[in-house]
Design a protein around this ligand. Structure first.
Ligand code: ATP
Ligand code: MG
Length: 221
């Protein structure tokens, strides 16, 4: 990977899993040997708090940097961070109108949209898809994909996932299921990779996501 890669987690709806995916993905990429940083653009500072929960002897495997300010300051902060690492994972606030979200969308190489398979999430995904498609018209190099998260084996989830296929953006075939390991690793300040064999299924899911994201990066280069 020559130029640093910027991956933004964005969604209109709160609680879709931006922070969870950002942190698991960052940890998974770090395990692959990449130098990774997380840029926390959300005033809730969930990513920063997550990393701060780590015990001293096992810090979170990526630096988490809180970035704030005007669009110009944000761009400068992201560039500075990107200079030190191979991949910056950007955790955005839960609004597509927020200047930090639009700023991240302006600068990132890949926008990942976590979508919980529920009807309300589907509706809000339509709005974000419109915004991304519009940005892609201006900036054809921008890649984007929907990522099903908190997937459960229910008829409703199945139906919603089917509807997702009709969206213009590609749907990553590496969903994350609803699993307590994802929430537990936040409490512990780590990732599912630090939870041992009990979290094997979650580890496999994140590993598959890491591979998919790196595949997208290769095609961007
Ligand atoms: N795959 C999953 N399995 C189980 N719990 C999950 C999963 N993904 C997210 N969660 C839980 O759902 C809640 C919301 O997730 P998260 O904070 O990552 O969403 P977010 O999009 O960052 O929210 P916000 O919009 O408030 O920033 C958290 O309690 C998190 O632990
Ligand atoms: Mg969040």
């Amino acid at each position: 990977m020559s130029a640093p890669m910027l991956i933004a987690l964005i969604s209109q709806k709160g609680g879709a899993g931006k922070t969870t995916v950002a942190m698991q993905l960052a940890a998974g990429l770090a395990l692959e040997g990449y130098r990774v940083a997380v840029a926390d653009l959300d005033a809730q500072e969930s990513a920063a708090r997550w990393a701060a929960s780590a015990p001293g002897q096992t810090p979170f495997p990526a630096e988490v940097k809180t970035l704030r300010g005007s669009p110009a300051e944000l761009a400068k902060g992201l560039r500075k961070l990107a200079n030190r690492v191979d991949i910056v994972v950007i955790d955005c606030p839960p609004s597509i109108e927020h200047p930090h979200t639009t700023g991240a969308l302006e600068l990132c190489d890949l926008a990942l949209v976590p979508v919980v398979p529920s009807p309300t999430d589907l509706w809000s995904t339509r709005a974000i898809e419109r915004l991304i498609l519009e940005r892609q018209r201006q900036r054809p190099k921008l890649r984007a994909a929907l990522l099903p998260n908190r997937v459960m084996r229910t008829a409703l989830a199945g139906d919603v996932l089917e509807v997702l296929q009709e969206f213009s953006l590609p749907v990553l075939q590496t969903p994350l299921s609803q699993r307590s390991a994802y929430a537990l690793s936040a409490v512990r300040g780590g990732s599912v990779f630090g939870l041992g064999r009990a979290a094997a299924a979650a580890q496999e899911e994140v590993q598959a996501l890491v591979t998919a994201v790196l595949g997208l990066a290769e095609r961007t280069a």
